[in-house]
Structure formats: C-alpha cells, structure tokens
Ligand binder design. Structure first.
Ligand SMILES: C[S@@+](CC[C@H](N)C(=O)[O-])C[C@H]1O[C@@H](n2cnc3c(N)ncnc32)[C@H](O)[C@@H]1O
Length: 272
C-alpha cells in the first residue's frame, strides 16, 4: 500500500473498526504488555503531572487518560477514531473524572490555540499516524513555554518489518533478527494481545503502521525547536520476568519500546 494512500481518514476507519474489540480487551486487562511492563515504566518516566493541563494525544478509549486524571492532571484526550472517543466519553459519563474528549488528529489541532498545554503525553500512538512531523509541529505550537512532551512508541530500531526471533531446537529464544530498517513504506499490520487470556476466536486488530528510523523521530523534534531531555529504552526487571516469563526476551535481547521526553525551550535556540 502506497504511503500517500494511508491517510488520516483511512487510519480513522481502521481504528473505528478496532474500537469495540480494543475497548473490551483493554478494559479486561488483556493488554498484558501495558499492564505488566509498559505502563509501570512509562508512568514513572513522565513523573508527576498533578495540577497540569495535559493533552493525551491518540488517547484511544481512554484507559491511560483516566490514569492521568486520577493522578490529578486536568486532561483533554483526543483521538482520530470517533468510536474510540465515544467509548471514552461513555466511560466518563459513567465514572466522571473531569476529562474532556474530542475527535481530532494529533497532526491538525487548529481547534486549540498556541501555548495552551503544560504537557503533552502520547501513549503508543505516534507510529500509528501518517504525519509525525505535522504532529510534532502542532505539539510545539500548543505547548506552553517550558512545557513537556512525553511519548512512547514501539522501538523503531527493532520493531521493523523484518523482525523475527531465532530459536534453538527446543523452541527457546536464543537471538533476535532484524532487517528492512530503512523500509519506510507504511502497511497495515495485523496483531492481537497475545499474552493475556485472549480466546483464539478473537480477531486480530488491523493497524496502519508507519515505519520511521530513529533519526527521523529525533531529528524532527530537534528541527522543530524541541530540546531533547531524555530517552529511555525500558528493560523488564528480573522480578518482572519471573512473574511473566514471556518478558524475558525483551530483557535479554532487544528493546521493544522507546520513550522520549522533549521540552519546548523558554527561548528558542539562537535568540539568547
Ligand atoms: C495503539 S492505540 C493506543 C491508544 C491509547 N493511547 C492507549 O494507550 O490505549 C493508537 C491510537 O492512536 C490513534 N491515532 C492514530 N493516528 C492518529 C492521529 N493522527 N491522531 C489522533 N489519534 C490517532 C488511533 O485511533 C488509536 O486509538
């Protein structure tokens, strides 16, 4: 599928179809990577946002948006999928946390003015949208001076189209193989939450995926004017692996996630 054809509108259609099943499974706690690995590390990475006005960019049905709100942030969640936002709003009506939701692309947020947010958080969404550069420009515009951007994505160096595990004769993982790092052609991937108690009958999600290099992710931030504060490649602890053996390969061989923290400088570079 050609890059230009996999537009925001198409992404929205795919996620509208995924939304009901995604909502049910996430709320049942079947996204085991989120529960046992990604959320504990990423929530620590973003730190305390209590009292801050925060945008959750690509919020889905709002599972993590609600975590931010329960921790005291005032949150606006946006997502390109109207079905995801409907699920999030329904939950907000049932159990109000003061969260606002809106259907919007994180690459086009003309509904909000510049210098609006103290922080922007994006959980596992930026590799699912076609216009990363547009998103970063929008984030820079709508962040207040000294505001923070935090995002998590699948690790661009390892979660490539050519990724695979190498196993021994007993089927034990002994190494990792990757290729096609520079192949930036987007495609629709099909995957399930495999580590929770997900019945075989559950259909895989169809997810438009955008493959970018690490330098693209980082240099777009720098070129936009962001100050890169920290990156992290979370590694499961030994204790996590003892509880969930399936995590061990991500401790032993490669990083599955990349976390980025960038800040909007008080004074743009060159104007000191
Ligand atoms: C893997 S899900 C993650 C959802 C949520 N952040 C979570 O952690 O549960 C990716 C989400 O990104 C949304 N998305 C993809 N492209 C987007 C865009 N351009 N603007 C806003 N949301 C987008 C999808 O609709 C989907 O809900």
């Amino acid at each position: 599928m050609k890059r230009k054809k996999l537009t925001d509108a198409k992404v929205a259609r795919y996620w509208n179809k995924n939304a009901a099943s995604w909502t049910e499974q996430v709320r049942k706690g079947w996204d085991a990577y989120r529960e046992y690995f990604n959320n504990p590390f990423f929530l620590k990475f973003i730190g305390n946002l209590k009292g801050k006005y925060v945008l959750d960019a690509g919020c889905g049905e709002g599972h993590n948006t609600r975590i931010l709100a329960k921790r005291g942030a005032k949150v606006l969640g946006i997502d390109i999928s109207k079905n995801m936002i409907k699920a999030a709003r329904d939950e907000e009506r049932r159990n109000p946390l003061g969260i606002q939701y809106r259907v919007a692309s994180f690459s086009e947020m003309s509904f909000t003015s510049e210098n609006s947010f103290d922080a922007i958080v994006s959980f596992m969404a930026l590799m699912d949208g076609p216009d990363y550069q547009g998103a970063i420009k929008e984030f820079y515009r709508i962040l207040k001076k000294n505001g923070d951007l935090y995002y998590s994505i699948t690790h661009p160096c390892f979660l490539t189209k050519g990724m695979d595990w190498i196993t021994d004769e007993r089927g034990e993982v002994i190494a990792y193989k990757m290729s096609d790092y520079f192949d930036a052609e987007p495609r629709v991937d099909h995957w399930k939450f495999t580590k929770g108690p997900v019945p075989d009958s559950v259909e895989p999600f169809a997810v438009p995926s955008y493959y970018r290099t690490l330098s693209t992710y980082i240099n777009v931030l720098i070129d936009t004017g962001f100050n890169l504060r920290r990156i992290s490649e979370p590694r499961p602890t030994e204790e996590m692996c003892r509880k969930n053996e399936w995590l061990r390969r991500w401790r032993q061989h490669v990083a599955i996630f990349l976390y980025v923290h960038a800040a909007k400088l008080h004074q743009p570079r060159g104007q000191a």
